[in-house]
Design a protein around this ligand. Structure first.
Ligand SMILES: Cc1cc2nc3c(=O)[nH]c(=O)nc-3n(C[C@H](O)[C@H](O)[C@H](O)COP(=O)(O)OP(=O)(O)OC[C@H]3O[C@@H](n4cnc5c(N)ncnc54)[C@H](O)[C@@H]3O)c2cc1C
Length: 230
């Protein structure tokens, strides 16, 4: 189980690194017990029960007195979904202020998939080996062409903010993400879930492994209550 300062590799070139955290089960307990002017230094059995009660009854605010600061490297397509989570803070690598880095996401052959069914209930099936290889070749060729055009434009003196327009959403980006446990559980509930895009789900799993390490009792209660954020 990873902790602060550690990094979990995700996809072909991505990662989730927990840069810093101020996040313990006790922060939840003391957030709740201040109602009675009571404070705890260590977890006792009744504190685990209290966390389960708060989770079950959706007394959500005690889960907000903590933070996780992640450093994430992911494809722009994944980052776009991630940044819809408004109850958190982001700062991202700027392609206006610095040049892009030529790192692109190429799905593994088994992740070249078909899509059938209706929105919200899609079924994804890996494509046959030969077709998957062909598709991967097409993706790589497009990345190469986009990258060559980007470099040519920079050499012609085009501004970085204009040249970047040709870069695809498979390009990797990096950002800092700071979030409290309540909003983190909402992210995990939605993104480490079957309905989520497979790629963001991989990141959701990584993020959840840090959450489970730092706040084991809260994580356990979250799972027990059906993986729904309070
Ligand atoms: C499988 C899946 C498919 C999706 N498809 C699409 C899509 O096709 N198109 C699209 O645009 N988005 C799509 N989304 C994004 C989705 O609509 C949410 O924007 C995203 O998941 C962030 O969730 P959130 O609003 O709960 O998180 P946060 O923004 O972090 O908000 C956390 C919670 O705070 C509360 N809250 C935040 N802002 C407000 C507000 N303005 N008013 C009231 N309450 C608020 C809500 O209780 C919310 O759940 C999809 C998400 C998933 C998981």
């Amino acid at each position: 189980m990873p902790g602060v300062g550690e990094k979990v590799d995700v996809l072909d070139h991505g990662f989730v690194r927990l840069d810093a955290a101020e996040a313990t089960d006790l922060s939840v307990v003391n957030g709740a017990r201040v109602s009675f002017l009571q404070f705890k230094d260590e977890m006792a059995d009744r504190d685990h029960k209290l966390i389960r009660f708060l989770m079950r009854e959706k007394h959500a605010s005690p889960f907000e007195h903590n933070l996780f600061r992640f450093h994430v490297k992911c494809p722009i397509a994944v980052g776009r979904e991630w940044m819809r989570h408004r109850w958190s803070s982001f700062n991202e690598h700027s392609l206006r202020y610095s040049e892009a880095i030529d790192t692109f996401y190429v799905p593994a052959p088994e992740q070249i998939r078909t899509q059938t069914g209706k929105p919200g209930a899609y079924t994804f099936v890996p494509m046959e080996g030969e077709t998957a290889d062909q598709v991967r070749g097409m993706i790589e060729a497009q990345y190469r062409q986009a990258w060559d055009s980007y470099r040519s434009m920079l050499e012609l003196g085009v501004a970085r903010e204009v040249a970047r327009l040709v870069l695809p959403v498979g390009l990797y980006t990096e950002f800092y993400w700071t979030v409290n446990a309540r909003a983190l559980m909402n992210f995990i509930a939605l993104r480490n879930a079957e309905a989520a895009m497979w790629e963001i789900r991989c990141y959701g799993e990584a993020v959840e492994s840090f959450f489970a390490t730092l706040m084991p009792s809260t994580h356990e209660a979250f799972v027990e209550c059906g993986r729904v954020a309070p």
